[in-house]
Ligand binder design. Structure first.
Ligand SMILES: *[C@@H]1O[C@H](CO)[C@@H](O)[C@H](O)[C@H]1NC(C)=O
Ligand SMILES: *[C@@H]1O[C@H](CO)[C@@H](O)[C@H](O)[C@H]1NC(C)=O
Ligand SMILES: *[C@@H]1O[C@H](CO)[C@@H](O)[C@H](O)[C@H]1NC(C)=O
Length: 376
């Protein structure tokens, strides 16, 4: 399909359902933050200015990643209630988020609700063999951030080098041009197939789990965020955010009725300035680009589409090293905002994956170090 034939946006009923869902949830969140809580924001004006610049989809030149700590099951959507109404009713300029497949997409009704709410179905390795860094949903997120649209017809990679025993590269978006599958048999609308999702905004909680701890430290970051930063084309804007308070609204130790958010708590959302991505990630992106060119030349004659990786691009030492370093730098950017809030520096060990191997096999609940963890 030629670019000019590509649909601008999903069908009208789809867009209407999505707008209503987003507005409804946004208004509830806003009502909760400003009616039932004591909410303060820092740096919001700068962030709204950035959103204003992104309002016209056709004029957008890059995607937007927001990245934050994760302190409660309600972080998303509650925190977006700080956005004034006119933002909440413009889904094209609102965030896409990653939600747990086994919770948010548990049945058809939930699945529709979260799909209309711009949440992408994400498998967690602990619960699903389809989880991990290379699942199709991460590819969708990379493409949402990039210069779309991406449809299957444009996208089918050529046959991999036949000397490889199993296909090195597979494009998961093959059942239909506008859908993708997370496990080979389900189907979801592929958000990146539409022009009106070009250079979208994706929010990510790289801790991947809720972490509630007295001293407000974060867990280590998972590497998915580094794929978004290294592979999106061009490099998105990146805004770090620090959240405090929702852990009181939905404390993991709360008693009955657990599903009711607790009112009258103090909530604070702090936006960092957008990062100088060239300065912070430029060298890593350059190295990634060279590696990518080299590897795609080997296997695909140089034609490897955004978000599709060869075996080497997944597992080669340099690829792994780049993801590790990139993830560390983005965590550091969030720590800077934490510091601005007057919190003392963390013990460097809390940022390392090794620290959490000592959780004694526990997955959720109260950990030996006194933190509360919820796996969502
Ligand atoms: C879907 O993609 C195929 C090629 O893979 C193409 O022939 C077909 O025209 C496309 N259909 C639509 C509806 O875009
Ligand atoms: C296929 O890959 C192997 C090693 O990965 C290489 O030696 C060979 O030349 C490649 N063949 C083609 C046709 O590209
Ligand atoms: C994929 O997910 C769907 C919906 O959850 C499920 O019915 C199906 O069995 C899954 N397929 C595989 C291969 O696990």
């Amino acid at each position: 399909m030629r670019p000019e034939e590509q649909p601008l946006s999903p069908s009208l009923p789809w867009r209407t359902s999505s707008s209503i869902t987003m507005a409804f949830v946004g208004l509830l969140s806003r009502g909760f933050l400003y009616g039932l809580s004591r909410t303060e924001t820092n740096g919001l004006d700068g962030f709204l200015k950035l959103l204003d610049q992104r309002k016209d989809v056709k004029g957008r030149e890059r995607g937007l990643i927001t990245v934050s700590n994760h302190v409660s099951v309600m972080d998303d959507p509650i925190i977006w209630g700080i956005l004034p109404f006119r933002y909440l009713i413009s889904p094209e300029n609102m965030r896409w988020s990653l939600g747990s497949y086994d919770i948010c997409f548990h049945n058809k009704a939930l699945s529709a609700f979260f799909t209309f709410g711009q949440v992408l179905p994400t498998h967690r390795s602990l619960y699903s063999k389809f989880g991990g860094l290379f699942q199709p949903t991460i590819t969708q997120a990379v493409r949402l951030l990039s210069r779309g649209p991406f449809i299957h017809a444009n996208d089918a990679p050529e046959k991999p080098n036949s000397s490889l025993s199993s296909p090195d590269v597979s494009d998961p978006f093959s059942s239909d041009n506008f859908t993708f599958s997370t496990n080979g048999s389900d189907t979801f609308p592929a958000p990146s197939a539409y022009l009106n999702r070009r250079h979208s905004w994706v929010h990510i909680f790289p801790e991947g789990k809720i972490h509630q701890k007295e001293d407000r430290t974060m867990r280590y970051f998972k590497w998915g965020v580094s794929r978004l930063i290294l592979e999106s084309d061009p490099c998105p804007d990146i805004v770090p955010i620090w959240i405090e308070g929702p852990e009181q609204v939905m404390h993991e130790a709360r008693a009955f009725p657990r599903f009711i958010p607790r009112p009258f708590k103090k909530i604070s959302i702090t936006f960092g300035e957008k990062l100088d991505v060239e300065k912070v990630f430029g060298d890593l992106r350059d190295r990634w680009k060279r590696l990518h060119a080299r590897e795609s030349e080997k296997v695909m004659g140089g034609k490897l589409n955004v978000g599709i990786l060869t075996h080497a691009l997944k597992y080669a030492e340099e690829a792994v090293e780049l993801r590790k370093e990139c993830t560390m730098r983005v965590r550091e950017a969030v720590l800077n905002i934490r510091r601005q809030r007057g919190l003392p520096d963390e013990d460097p060990k809390v940022g390392l994956v090794e620290t959490y191997r000592e959780e004694g096999g526990k997955v959720e609940g109260k950990m030996d170090d006194g933190s509360w963890v919820k796996d969502t």
